[in-house]
Design a protein around this ligand. Sequence first.
Ligand code: PRP
Length: 527
Amino acid sequence: MTINTNVFGNLEEKSLELCSLYSSFGYELFRMSKFEEYSLYEKYKDFLVSDSILSFTDIGGRLMALKPDITLSLVKNCIPEKNKVSKFFYKENCYRSVKGSGFKEITQVGLECIGAVNCSIVGEVLWLAAQSLENISEDYVLEVSSLDILMAYMSGLGIDAKIEKKIINCLGEKNIHEIEDICRSVDMAYAIPAFKKLLAINGGIEVLQGVREFCDEFGLEHEYFQLEKALSIFEGKPQAERIQIDFSIAENNNYYNGIVFSGYINGVPDSVLSGGQYDMLLKRMNIKASSIGFAVYMDKLAPVFKKEGCEEDADNENKLLRIALPKGRLGEKAYRMLEKAGYACPEIMEESRKLVFENKEAGVCYFWAKPSDVAIYVERGAADIGVVGKDILLEHTPDVYELLDLGIGKCRMCVAGPKDFTDDRSSTLKVATKFTGIASDYYASNGRDIDIIKLNGSIEIAPVLGLSDVIVDIVETGTTLKENNLAVLEEILNISARLISNKSSYRFKSEQIDQICSCIRLAEETK
Ligand code: PRP
């Protein structure tokens, strides 16, 4: 009897197809329980994507968890044989807290290789990652990076771990302007050109030449050849066109090393596949072996199947670059910059209540959004790029690229309060703010115990009416503080507007996005 897999629906059908692909390459099915002892995650907490874990006590009194991750359990239960590679695939559910949505059951289909993992195994895994994406949609990109190149270059700089972490975060955001600030702040301006070069390496397999030049310059030939060998599996194959080398994949380097990669599908706002070598995790678990694996996040694939049937509409819509602007003065200034850069859409400045404006010739579609919502539109892929204040990026930490500091909307995030206020630390400090994340981080780094009062606007009246001791808020001209008899007590950081991009849009509209960034830069330089 042949089984009709269609009855399961698209996602289940795809999962089965992926499993059958991995099995055809000799991978064995690995089944596991939904539960795991909590202590495993306590020990390797920073390996997890999110730190909230659903836990419970079993009848024997053991603290258990609903599995938030598959790799840790698989590695824990695998005993690698000497000089051999154990190859497994799985289709499992895990339980993670997702930003703003509480806990979710997430279906992952993936594979792991543990043991004597060499370059040809790494190549095979990259090949299977590309095949997995191709099985889901022809319009995909497999983004590949080498953490070894990045980390070897960084360790040559001899910088301290905190600065290194900050730079890695900025690389992950393609945020070269902040890397420049960090380098200058630690007398390391000489490293800026190298970081610029690394971030500029961004394209198909042909950019390997640029990687080679970078590696030759810094004596990283061995690291370069690892990357070249891993990618050689694509030589002469049509899939080579789907590979993008990009050093902004900056995974947790406490666990990952070597080749790391992410998969994107056009129309899905987030990466749908992620993987890499994780020898450092094995080392921390005292397992003498190497490893590589990846997971496909099946739940993220829904838009691929929804799109089917209305492809023409979606295609037309997809061609314009969708730009979210913050309603108000900052948005108007940002629009003027874009206009000067050659992306005019005059209708946008006319008096009306319309929110969406297109200029097909310029290839753009603008829309006005509430300033604090711009990052949400971009992160979720409803906009390809957007303009947003650094305050919002720090407060909500959206998973986006931060491509440019536009240098407009400049202000400061400050602690303010009555002019004569001094914090004698004799009691918990009451802090009113819209920016609870920024305020908590600031006081935590100063070791100060605070009571946060979340407000939504007119923050300045909180200390005036005795609701709080101080406020953490934005100060632009200082007029609001002055007129309410308040003063800046401490400066936390400087703020300005940034141009951000959705990560998936950057893969599929990279020419348009790079073009708009260069035009803005050029227009600013020649003003
Ligand atoms: C912001 C901020 C301050 C004010 C500072 O308020 O929260 O209240 O601007 O500007 P100034 O230093 O030039 O006086 P916003 O206008 O966003 O309104 P809000 O009170 O609703 O936050």
